[in-house]
Design a protein around this ligand. Structure first.
Ligand code: HEM
Length: 382
C-alpha cells in the first residue's frame, strides 16, 4: 500500500469510498467542521468498519486505543489534563536552551563536504534525544524507540488497509515491555521528568499512563522528524537555478507554518460519526467512518490562494490543519515548532546542498522521507 491508495480521481469534496469503507473529507470547510464538531468520535471502535478490520487481523482493540489520541471525552479530557500544563507555549519556551544544546550536539559534529543522510543523522536523532531526555529514558530505550517507531506508525494505516496494522503489534509490545516497569517505578518514586508526571497522576491507571507515555514518545519524534526531512527537501530543491532556502528568511515564524501546510506529515485523521449527520449534502449514518484529509484541506483553493505555492504573505488566511484542529489538536505543537525552528536555523547555517534523490516511505497516513542525501558546504560555528 502507498500514499497513492488515498489519491483517487474523485472530485467531490465529501464522498464515500467503498474500498476504504470510509467517507473521505477533503475540503477545508468540511474538514474543520468535523474536527471541531461534537458528533464525531476519535475512537476507532466507534465504527463497524474499524472493528471488523481489527478483528480480521485478530486484534480486539488498537494498541493506542487507551491513549488520548483515540479516546473521546470525558476520558480524553482526563488523559490530556495529565500533561496539558507542560505543553503550553510558555512552558515549552523554557526548553529552548536544552533543545538548542541537543541540536548543536547533533548537527555540529557533521563534517563539511561529506555526503550524509539527513534523516539518519539529524531529523530522527534530534527529536528522539529531546523526548527521551524529557521522559528520562536511557539511550538503550531511546534506540529501541528510534528503531521501532517507523513500523509502529503503520498501525495508523490500519484504517486504509487492515493488514498494514499487523506488523505494528511487535514494536508496540517491545516498547510496552520497556515502559511498563519504568512507569511502575516512577509511579511510586516520581522524579521531575515527563514519564514521572504521567505515571504518578492518580487520575490515570498504570496502563493508561504507559500507553500515553508511549504515544508521547512516538508522536514526539516521528512527525517532527518527517517534517524536518520533508522541509529540507522543499527548501533545497533546485528549480530553474533557484532554491527556496536562498530567497527566504529561515527565522521568519511564517516559514514553519507554510512548511506544515504544504508538507505536514499527517495526511489524514480518522473519525466515526456518533449520530446521523449531514455533510455537504451527504447523509452520514451513526457508526460510519470518516477520513479527514488534512493534506488536501491544506491545499483547498477556497481556503488558500495559490494553494500549491510556498508563500509567506498569507495574511488573513485561515489556520492550516496540519497539527489538527479542535479538542485533539496536536498537544506537542509548540514543541514541534521549537525543535523545527532550532534545527532549521542550525542546518541553514551550514549551507546545505541536496546531493541526490530523496526517498519516501510507503505509509499512507504519516508521510515521511526515508533518506535525504545532503552535504554541508560550511563548517560548524567555532
Ligand atoms: C511536525 C510535528 C507534528 C505534527 C505534524 C503533528 C500532528 C498531529 C495531529 C494532526 C494531531 C491530531 C490528531 C487527531 O486529530 O486525531 C496530533 C495530535 C497529537 N500530537 Fe502531534 N504532531 C506533531 C508533533 C508532536 C509532538 C512533538 C508531540 C509530543 C511531544 C505530539 C503529540 C501529540 C499528541 C499527544 C496528540 C494527541 C492529542 C489529543 O488527542 O488530544 N505531536 N498531532
Amino acid at each position: 500500500m502507498s500514499v497513492d491508495t488515498l489519491a483517487g480521481h474523485e472530485t467531490r469534496p465529501v464522498y464515500f469510498d467503498p474500498d476504504l469503507r470510509s467517507w473521505v473529507v477533503s475540503d477545508y470547510q468540511s474538514a474543520r467542521e468535523v474536527l471541531i464538531g461534537a458528533g464525531w468520535s476519535s475512537d476507532p471502535m466507534s465504527s463497524a468498519a474499524a472493528r471488523e478490520a481489527l478483528a480480521h487481523i485478530g486484534i480486539d482493540d488498537s494498541p493506542f486505543g487507551r491513549s488520548m489520541l483515540m479516546i473521546d471525552p470525558p476520558d480524553h479530557t482526563r488523559l490530556r489534563d495529565s500533561v496539558r500544563d507542560v505543553f503550553t507555549p510558555g512552558y515549552i519556551e523554557q526548553l529552548h536552551d536544552g533543545v538548542d544544546a541537543i541540536a548543536a550536539d547533533t548537527i555540529d559534529p557533521i563534517p563539511a563536504d561529506v555526503e550524509f543522510d539527513l534523516m539518519a543523522e539529524i531529523a530522527l536523532p534530534l527529536p528522539v534525544a529531546v523526548i527521551s531526555e524529557w521522559l528520562a529514558i536511557d539511550v538503550r530505550v531511546a534506540q529501541i524507540l528510534m528503531n521501532e517507531a517507523g513500523e509502529l506508525v503503520r498501525v495508523l494505516d490500519g484504517v486504509v488497509a487492515p493488514d498494514a496494522a499487523l506488523p505494528a503489534t511487535a514494536p508496540f509490545a517491545a516498547l510496552l515491555s520497556e515502559f511498563l516497569p519504568l512507569a511502575s517505578e516512577r509511579r511510586n518514586e516520581p522524579g521531575d521528568d515527563l514519564l514521572s508526571l504521567i505515571a504518578s497522576d492518580p487520575a490515570l491507571s498504570l496502563d493508561e499512563a504507559v500507553v500515553n507515555a508511549i504515544l508521547l514518545a512516538i508522536a514526539g519524534h516521528e512527525t517532527t522528524a518527517s517534517l524536518l526531512g520533508a522541509s529540507m527537501i522543499r527548501l533545497l530543491h533546485e528549480s530553474a537555478g533557484h532554491r527556496l532556502i536562498d530567497r527566504i528568511d529561515i527565522t521568519d515564524p511564517a516559514v514553519i507554518d507554510e512548511l506544515l501546510r504544504l508538507d505536514g506529515p499527517a495526511q489524514a485523521v480518522g473519525r466515526a460519526a456518533l449520530e446521523p449527520t449531514e455533510l455537504q449534502g451527504n447523509r452520514i449514518e451513526a457508526g460510519d467512518r470518516l477520513l479527514v484529509m488534512l493534506a488536501a484541506a491544506n491545499r483547498d483553493p477556497d481556503a488558500f490562494d495559490d494553494p500549491d505555492e510556498f508563500r509567506l504573505d498569507r495574511i488573513g488566511a485561515p489556520p492550516h490543519l496540519a497539527l489538527g484542529y479542535g479538542r485533539h489538536r496536536c498537544l506537542g505543537a509548540a514543541l514541534a515548532r521549537l525543535e523545527t525552528a532550532i534545527a532549521l536555523r542550525r542546518i541553514a547555517f551550514r549551507k546545505p546542498r541536496l546531493v541526490g534523490t530523496p526517498g519516501w516511505r510507503d505509509t499512507a497516513i504519516l508521510r515521511a522521507p526515508t533518506h535525504v542525501p545532503v552535504v554541508f558546504t560550511e563548517g560548524a560555528r567555532p
